[in-house]
Design a protein around this ligand. Structure first.
Ligand code: BV8
Length: 243
């Protein structure tokens, strides 16, 4: 069922030539990838994602943290881009995507202008020398898997993501600031708006006079900071908006 696009949104986007889209975990929910704050499933039910996504968790139990990321990578490999990812890829020339997500679903849908603020499940690197590592998929992730060793310095390979307490990579962050300040409209899709500095981007856009539209089935921390909040989902709202 394709939702009617609210007139406030069609007015704001009709003449937009240059659109920036800030996406969060809700963007991938309709691909079957659990959102960051959803209850985790199976093996991981008793773990809090935000507690595992930290340097302290890695220092305390690298085998557990490494296994969690292999489990998530397997989930994403088995997932497919949804209609929302595909709609954004269909207008790739006019769209810059700033994602908090560590999955590769935007790229697999065909989007080419994608900045990852929080890294990627598919970019493991040496925890010491930073050398990118080739890691084979784990078909049956268990609760603990020893991380592989760097082929250069033999230190443990770590997930290529930004943990809580770690700084964001500079180039994606600077690109994100430029993208939200210099667009005609910013779409904020599928984020609860609780993780900074990413959650500060909508107010940076507003400060630059950019129209900010939220797409989320529920109200969030950002809802009172946007021009219009559309209660729909990524896979329903984006195709309707871009059609
Ligand atoms: C930083 C990668 C500077 C890992 C992630 C103390 C010390 C240090 C820092 C802090 C501190 N206290 C606070 C901070 C700042 C901290 C922070 O913001 N904490 C929060 C929790 C308060 N930030 C940081 O640490 C950042 N770095 O500040 O560096 C610094 C450095 C040192 C010292 C001081 C400062 C780094 C943050 C990056 C963390 N890494 N991911 C991994 O994935 O394992 S964040 C993680 O949360 C994911 O990337 C996720 O994308 C992101 C945000 O969550 P959401 O995407 O919003 O997902 P969520 O589940 O919350 O919401 C989903 C939404 O989708 C919901 O609204 C739902 O309604 C909606 N939805 C559901 N279905 C659909 C849908 N929408 C549309 N369609 C649907 N179908």
């Amino acid at each position: 069922m394709i939702p009617d696009v609210p007139p406030e949104i069609t007015d704001a986007t009709r003449t937009a030539k240059n659109v920036t889209v800030l996406t969060g975990a809700g963007m991938s929910a309709e691909s079957g990838v659990p959102t960051f704050r959803d209850a985790q499933t199976g093996l991981w039910q008793r773990y809090d994602a935000a507690a595992l996504a930290t340097p302290d968790a890695w220092a305390a139990d690298a085998d557990l943290v490494w296994a969690w990321y292999q489990w998530r990578a397997e989930l994403v490999r088995a997932a497919k881009p949804n209609a929302g990812h595909i709609a954004l890829a269909g207008c790739d020339a006019n769209v810059r995507i700033i994602t908090q997500n560590v999955d590769d679903l935007h790229e697999r849908a065909g989007s080419t202008n994608v900045e990852h603020l929080h890294g990627s499940l598919f970019a493991p690197r040496c925890s010491e020398c930073g050398k990118p590592a080739e890691v084979d998929p784990v078909s049956e992730p268990t609760e603990r898997i020893p991380p592989p060793s760097c082929t250069d310095c033999a230190s443990p390979v770590r997930p290529g993501v930004v943990w809580f307490g770690e700084s964001l990579p500079e180039a994606p962050w600077l690109a994100a600031i430029d993208a939200v300040e210099s667009c005609d409209v910013l779409l904020v899709v599928g984020t609860s708006g609780v993780v900074y500095p990413a959650a500060g981007l909508p107010s940076v856009a507003r400060g630059a006079g950019v129209n900010v539209i939220e797409i989320n089935p529920v109200a969030t921390e950002l809802t009172d900071q946007v021009d219009f909040s559309w209660r729909t989902t990524a896979a329903l709202g984006l195709p309707a908006l871009i059609a």
